[in-house]
Design a protein around this ligand. Structure first.
Ligand SMILES: Cc1cc2nc3c(=O)[nH]c(=O)nc-3n(C[C@H](O)[C@H](O)[C@H](O)COP(=O)(O)O)c2cc1C
Length: 232
């Protein structure tokens, strides 16, 4: 009887040991699974960062999307001719060039205007009173390849500088559109109108458009004019 009880006890022990071992094995495989999921997460992280690095690419893509869009707006048949003594008309011209992709031409008097403001006003005043057309440097041979000519200039003595007249009068502008763009210290509209009349007398055969008279800082107005008038 004692021997029989011992046998039963041994069987129970073996069964219990087996259950315990199975339980331990189950725990082990669960832990392994957990480790796998951590590993998956870890491999997900580089993926996430790859996605993150894709963000600037996406941004670039967006930029690239813009580039062709603005490319399609760009027009090689546009000439932006500008005269600027102190830089304001130049900045308007640069913005228009940037928005249209047109060709730039700076109108430069052969004999430069004085750098001193007062002296410059005296030279310009005499030029205007005598209705002179001072020589300019390297004017293009022809403007045949352009349909639209944007002319940027400051108001000098209530009109455009005479060297702008020199530039325009060199060409037959039949069938071309001319867009006067100007600004001045006083922003006096009558002075701008006077300058547009001057442009009309110099731009032989061209259809001179209404033009734009805004402060050089008003980049929105310049951009709107490009969209609404020049590129229309
Ligand atoms: C020779 C000269 C004449 C000017 N005459 C006028 C004028 O009649 N009316 C006016 O409002 N501003 C006048 N100004 C001021 C300019 O129009 C103003 O400074 C303009 O912003 C200059 O443009 P820019 O930087 O493209 O040269 C004159 C300036 C100069 C140098």
């Amino acid at each position: 009887m004692k021997k029989y009880r011992k046998k039963v006890f041994r069987v129970i022990s073996v069964v219990l040991m087996s259950v315990l071992m199975m339980a331990l094995m189950a725990c082990g495989s669960e832990e392994k699974e957990n480790n796998t999921s951590v590993a998956v997460k870890e491999t997900e992280n580089p993926q996430e960062s790859a996605d993150e690095t894709a963000v600037p690419d996406d941004t670039n893509e967006a930029d690239n999307e813009n580039t062709p869009e603005s490319d399609s707006e760009k027009d090689s048949s546009i000439l932006i001719a500008y005269f600027s003594w102190s830089g304001n008309s130049k900045s308007e011209a640069e913005l228009i060039q940037e928005k249209t992709g047109g060709t730039f031409f700076e109108i430069v008097r052969e004999e430069p205007y004085p750098e001193d403001y007062t002296e410059c006003t005296e030279v310009a005043k005499k030029e205007k009173e005598d209705n002179e057309r001072p020589s300019i440097k390297n004017p293009p041979e022809s403007l045949d390849e352009y349909d639209k000519i944007v002319v940027c200039y400051p108001i000098w003595w209530h009109t455009a500088p005479m060297c702008v007249g020199t530039f325009l009068e060199k060409y037959d502008l039949q069938g071309k559109m001319v867009y006067p763009v100007s600004q001045s210290a006083s922003m006096d509209e009558d002075q701008f109108s006077e300058s547009v009349e001057f442009i009309k007398t110099c731009a032989n055969g061209a259809e001179v458009q209404e033009g734009l008279f805004v402060d050089a800082d008003d980049t929105n107005a310049v951009a709107d004019y490009v969209e609404g008038s020049i590129l229309k």
